[in-house]
Write a protein that binds this ligand. Structure first.
Ligand code: ADP
Length: 462
């Protein structure tokens, strides 16, 4: 059901209920008031007649009837009857001839027991009152048609029904208009969001200075669009850079083949071209390997294999693996204070990814320093694991520090060194995936210090 209709119906239902309760309460109050009024007046009339009848020495029945007929009372078709203790009718008076009320002996007995009973017969209100004094014990039945009271009640009920129906219709219409007004901003926001696509990601939803929920929603959506635009642009940059990196060796291979195929070459020349092509192919293969690792580390942690890892064991793999890459590279491992409980050395994660991240930083330390030496230090305090990777190389200029974790970013004077600019950004992603942190301190000429921190013994974040 549309929200607009839901709000309208809810609003109408509330007004409907309130109006219904108020109208019923008003009707009930006026109705009981009229009955009470009728009862009092008929009882008074019965008492008066009872008194007159008990003084039979002064008043005879004809005289009492005269008094009854001349007594002003707003009831129409009045009648008064009196019954003695043998249920014999001893007195009768009515406005219209033969318009008497027939009461049963049971009702007369009831009146005797309860002193007075009130009921209705043929639209007339009736009171049966037990009048007693030292001379008499009679039941007086006084009845009449309360024309004024019933007319007022009828008019009131018409008025209440009309107000109830009118009020409900007004509530429905105003609820419909009100919900339209209330939901208008949502429709506007939806329309604006609909117009935003990958082609115009710079567009934003109009906001105002008001502090209402709609403005908050617009601001939240704008923030989401900011993040989307940022990641979209990052992705575009990444694709452009990756294509460029792949196309460079491909162009080189293609042009080398073209030149060498232009005429007959010596075996030596062919070997030299093939060697060069082989180098380009290896470069491309390394790049695609790195891109695959990048894709792996860019996804969610859900898709990767998670194990318990001893962080010191990962570091112990470094010297041999680094030497495999380049014989001149060396790693100096040192361990600070290590915890007695083994579990404080354990972190949960993917061993190969984590090793790749640390190795990338260590390779850089060797690659960008003349000594080709990296110092790796591990310390674990409680559950805080810290790995420091230090070198005494050329360092990184301050303005470059914020960019070195971006994919394909290389500091200008590093372009002569082999690399794709992906090592640090890959390391950063892997460390973030393991809920770790990476920071860097560097000053040109003095070397660079990377600090990686993790929390040990925590599996909950995977
Ligand atoms: P690559 O090493 O392939 O260029 P990285 O992403 O590993 O890419 O590093 C990005 C840039 O950061 C490098 O080009 C280099 O200029 C700089 N850098 C990283 N580590 C060091 C370091 N230990 N010393 C000096 N510069 C570094």
């Amino acid at each position: 059901m549309p929200v607009r209709l839901r709000i309208t119906l809810l609003f109408t239902a509330i007004v409907f209920t309130i109006l219904g309760l108020v109208c019923s309460a008003v009707f009930y109050f006026i109705h009981t008031n009229r009955l009470q009024n009728a009862k009092t007046r008929l009882t008074n009339r019965a008492i008066t007649t009872g008194r007159l009848l008990s003084q039979s020495a002064i008043f005879n029945p004809e005289l009492i009837q005269k008094i009854d007929s001349s007594t002003a009372m707003s009831f129409k078709h009045k009648s008064v009857q009196a019954y003695n203790y043998l249920n014999k009718k001893v007195y009768s008076f009515s406005d219209r001839a033969n318009d008497t009320i027939s009461v049963s002996p049971q009702q007369l007995d009831d009146a005797r027991v309860k002193k007075s009973i009130f009921f209705s017969i043929n639209n007339k209100d009736v009171v049966a009152y037990h009048y007693t004094d030292e001379n008499n014990r009679i039941v007086i039945v006084a009845s009449g048609f309360d024309e004024d009271g019933k007319r007022i009640l009828r008019q009131l009920s018409y008025f209440l029904v009309l107000s109830f129906i009118g009020g409900s219709i007004i509530a429905f219409i105003s609820g419909f208009i009100f919900s339209k007004k209330l939901l208008q901003p949502v429709r506007k926001i939806a329309d604006e969001v609909n117009e935003i696509s990958a082609q115009n990601l710079t567009r934003r939803i109009a906001t105002s200075s008001s502090r209402d929920e709609w403005n908050h929603l617009s601001n939240t959506l704008n923030q989401l669009l900011n993040r989307l635009q940022e990641s979209f642009q990052m992705q575009q940059r990444f694709i452009a850079n990756a294509s460029h990196e792949i196309s460079t060796p491909l162009t080189s291979i293609s042009s080398q083949l073209e030149v060498s195929l232009q005429r007959e070459r010596s075996a030596e020349e062919y070997r030299s071209v093939m060697n060069s092509i082989h180098q380009d192919v290896r470069h491309m293969s390394k790049l695609t390997q790195t891109l695959l690792e990048f894709a792996k580390a860019s996804g969610s942690a859900g898709g990767i294999e998670i194990n318990q890892l001893r962080i010191d064991e990962i570091l112990l793999r470094l010297p041999a693996e680094i030497a495999k890459l380049n014989n001149n590279y060396s790693v100096l491992l040192s361990f600070g204070e290590l915890p007695e409980e083994e579990e404080n050395l354990v972190i949960y994660g993917n061993e190969e990814l984590l090793f790749t991240a640390i190795k990338n930083i260590v390779v850089n330390a060797c690659k960008y320093s003349e000594t080709m030496e990296a110092k790796v230090h591990l310390s674990v305090i409680n559950t805080n694991v810290e790995i420091i990777i230090e070198d005494k190389g050329k360092g990184i200029p301050e303005p470059e520090l914020k960019s070195i974790f971006e994919p394909f970013y290389r500091v200008d004077d590093s372009r002569t060194t082999e690399g794709f600019g992906l090592g640090l950004s890959l390391a950063n992603r892997i460390i973030k995936l393991h809920k770790g942190n990476i920071s860097v301190l560097s000053s040109p000429g003095d070397g660079t210090k990377f600090s990686l921190t993790f929390t040990s013994g925590k599996k909950s974040y995977f």
